[in-house]
Design a binder for this molecule. Structure first.
Ligand code: ARG
Length: 404
């Protein structure tokens, strides 16, 4: 028997994958469930229940890893530094969790002498790309097995398979949505949402359910581009994201309804809710407006979409992404200060103020009141030289040329 480390979620697909690997790959399965901050609400299972289910499904061993803090501080906050929004919108919720999960799969594979890792993704999505490319990057010698790409089971057949092997899963006959969740947000697909014209039903939202009746305000503190505090209280990264998300989400802020381009060539309709993520991204970009020198800010803006695209495409562990990270980190040296946010039900959120000890905003230069320190006489020569080329062009070739 050869050992295989399986990325285990506790759901139907990864549960029957345990048995499938035993039966079809003669494997001894090590199930690894990675806690990246999936919301533990009343209806979801405890991590211990998930661990027990993996064992009941036939796993030789089942491990739960708490990766919430590294998810927030190493992965989500790198995305904050890069103002990362794929196609200008999606804050990379699922894309950021896969490289964290893979890191722990590879670690477990080494600890247990496994020859392969396995995941429950189908062939249509981005997540298979992220799992596999990240695994290759960290451990080029490991094989990757994707049972769901091989078995070709319908949902009904999967339920029967689970029943046949006494795998204790709680499933409704019809699973309505496909949901992926972590502390950065939640993505919701399938069912009625597959029609891009259809308005998402209110009951799919859990992180942005509107409970506030009046606006709420919060001050986010950053040090060198890293979110460190809420209203002056220093918090660990994961706690900060969750607390800010609760606050912003209570006003309905943080929903996205979009069509995106998957790496595998399919356009898909996506609903996201990511209140903490979108609030931090908004605050951070605003603080950069106050603290980044113009050329640096403009060049950074050109590199940001590339960073987001690389992460979306599964290239978290790649030389270009690493090099861009070095640039992003260097750019954040002076992105320190506070941003005041206001969230107003239903769903509005905006920056209402910002301040920094190293702000490049200089009131004595900007003011139109007394105390003006700007040298107005410098402007005349500057503007004449700025326009000199245009004036020459106009006189010889443009509208203003002398008739010959
Ligand atoms: N389209 C999003 C992405 O590629 C969401 C993926 C959701 N994943 C899932 N297994 N349901 O990042």
């Amino acid at each position: 028997m050869r050992r295989v480390v399986l990325a285990y979620s506790g759901g139907l697909d990864t549960s029957i994958a345990v048995r499938w690997l035993i039966e079809n790959r003669d494997a001894e399965v090590i199930a690894v469930a990675v806690d990246v901050g999936q919301e533990a609400d009343a209806t979801s299972d405890s991590w211990e229940a998930i661990r027990q289910r993996a064992l009941a499904a036939g796993a030789a061993e089942a491990i739960v890893v708490d990766a919430r803090q590294e998810m927030a501080e190493e992965f989500c906050f790198a995305a904050v530094r890069a103002n990362a929004r794929y196609e200008g919108k999606y804050p990379l919720v699922s894309a950021l969790s896969r490289p964290v999960i893979v890191r722990h799969l590879v670690r477990a594979a080494r600890d247990h002498g496994a020859h392969a890792v396995a995941h429950g993704c189908t062939g249509k999505g981005n997540d298979q790309v992220r799992f596999e490319v990240a695994t290759r990057a960290l451990a080029p010698d490991l094989d990757v097995i994707a049972p769901a790409r091989v078995w070709g089971l319908t949902r009904e057949q999967s339920v029967e398979y689970a029943a046949k092997w006494d795998i204790p899963i709680t499933v409704t006959k019809e699973k309505v949505y496909s949901i992926d969740e972590n502390l950065w947000g939640k993505s919701i697909e399938c069912g009625v949402l597959e029609d891009p014209w259809v308005d998402p039903p209110e009951d799919i939202f859990t992180m942005t359910r509107i409970t506030a009746s009046s606006p709420v305000e919060v001050v986010v503190g950053f040090e060198q581009g890293v979110p460190v505090s809420l209203d002056g209280e220093r918090l660990a990264g994961d706690d900060l994201v969750v607390a800010l998300g609760r606050l912003a989400g209570s006003t309905g802020f943080g929903r996205l309804n979009m069509v995106e381009n998957r790496r595998v060539g399919i356009k898909s309709r996506e609903i996201y809710e990511a209140p903490g993520a979108l609030a931090l991204l908004m605050a951070h970009a605003d603080l950069e407006d106050l603290t980044l020198e113009r050329d640096l800010q403009h060049e950074k803006a050109r590199l940001e979409p590339r960073w987001a695209e690389l992460v979306y495409d599964g290239m978290w562990y790649s030389p270009l992404k690493q090099a861009l990270d070095a640039f992003m980190t260097e750019s954040q040296r002076h992105v320190t200060g506070e941003v005041k946010l206001r969230f107003s039900p239903p769903g509005a959120g905006f920056v209402v103020g910002r301040r920094s000890p190293v702000a490049l905003y200089d009131r004595s230069l900007a003011t139109y009141d007394s105390g003006d320190a700007f040298h107005h006489e410098d402007a005349e020569g500057f503007v004449r030289l700025w326009g000199l080329g245009i004036a020459t062009w106009a006189a010889r070739q443009g509208e203003g040329r002398a008739e010959s």
